[in-house]
Design a protein around this ligand. Sequence first.
Ligand code: HEM
Length: 471
Amino acid sequence: MTTLINRTQKTELHHPPGPKGHWLYGTTRAFRRDPLGTMVKMFHEYGDAIRYRFFANLYGYLFFHPEYNKHILLDNNKNYTKMPHPSLQVLRPLLGNGLVTSDGEFWRRQRRLMQPAFHKQRIAEFGAIMTTATEKMLQRWQTAVSADEPLDVAAEMTRLTLEIVGKALFSVDFTGAAHELGEAFTKANHLSSELGLKPFSIYTLRIPFWPSTRRLNRNVQVLHRIVDEMIAVRQANPPAPGTREANDLLSMLLAARDEETGVGMDDQQLRDELNTLVLAGHETTAVALSWVICLLGQHPEVRTQLEHEVDTVLNGRIPTIDDLPQLTFTRMVIDETLRLYPPAYAIARWGNEPDVIGGYDIPANAVITLSPYITHRHPEFWSEPEKFNPERFSPERKENRHRFAYLPFGGGPRICIGNTFALTEATLILAMITQQFRLELPPNHQIEPEPLITLRPKGGVPVFLRARMNG
Ligand code: HEM
């Protein structure tokens, strides 16, 4: 009789394939040596769903297929939280419990609160802030044009995007602090990504005198100090009603009250949200623009086409938000760059309940990683995936793509809140740089991706500035 099933009988779980690894350390060493290369290698060997050992009998899961991305980020997103994924826990000292690292009802409330600051019409108001800051940078470049020494354009982009996010969201000028903040964040970026690859970091991070904890805290404190100063100055000088300051995101956060209790955000929460927005709001866009410049330096035919569009559409004037629909190729270059070098090259989730993905059993409390970097090079979804070809993002070709085959901003409810902000900013900046300069890489210069928290070009991007006649 088929009903007589032995309920104590152990059913075999169907695990995804993957490397056996060392019995104790699993594949941790390979990941520490070369996280991106290890992931790519595993994808070529095992495919779209992988189980790997990271310590003793603890396993992690990698998923690369667009359908799996959709399942985790959208269809069954309630099962997949940020915490307590180890690589997000190591971001806690930097980002606290802000929008990137929080979960559940708390996250939902904070997201709802901040969303209006990122509406399309608000971003349109930021256009002038973006172009004014870029124009100031380009004027500075004019004086450096004949220099024999190359300029590190990655550092320039960091400074520029930091200035823009400060002015647009908080009406503050971070230019004075840009150098200090940039250095501290670069160090924190290295330290956090190193810690994310060590199995015991989540414990050592709780020990304040542990050497790596001390080093991280020293750099994190720089960011905290700058953000605390910003809050203190605003609290001491409340803006007059009707001014820009009175309506910016800082004022919105300071004025926010819980619907039920009427209580505002406490100091710690306010600081966490602001730290998160300052960091998430500039680093990724700066990295994306640095990659654009690398790729254009390596593909002169694309650069020529870009120059042609910018010269024709703008005819020498400074762009505005209204020019964006005409700057189609400029946007295609950015989209294609974000495909090849997505600044957020890995997306982490914690699977709370058991689930079945692609026919594989995934247990409760699963450490899950998705990778836009790998999905964006998936040969089933991208022809000649390694080739830089902005034409893939022409409006017609964009239509027919799997929605989760391209996810530089993630997807589902946790999709990047700043995606329109970032794309608007990157398009205006790229158009203005192209109008006035040709940026040339030193001959035979090799650019290597460095997978930290973000995917940066290793060692920066040295360029020689050549002024253009048509600009
Ligand atoms: C090219 C630039 C950018 C890229 C590639 C990028 C990428 C991403 C990705 C992939 C996520 C989702 C992470 C996940 O699901 O775990 C995310 C979230 C987020 N991003 Fe961005 N981002 C960019 C620019 C910005 C900007 C300009 C801002 C703010 C001004 C911003 C603020 C945030 C915040 C606050 C979150 C958390 C959203 C939430 O969970 O509700 N990002 N970003």
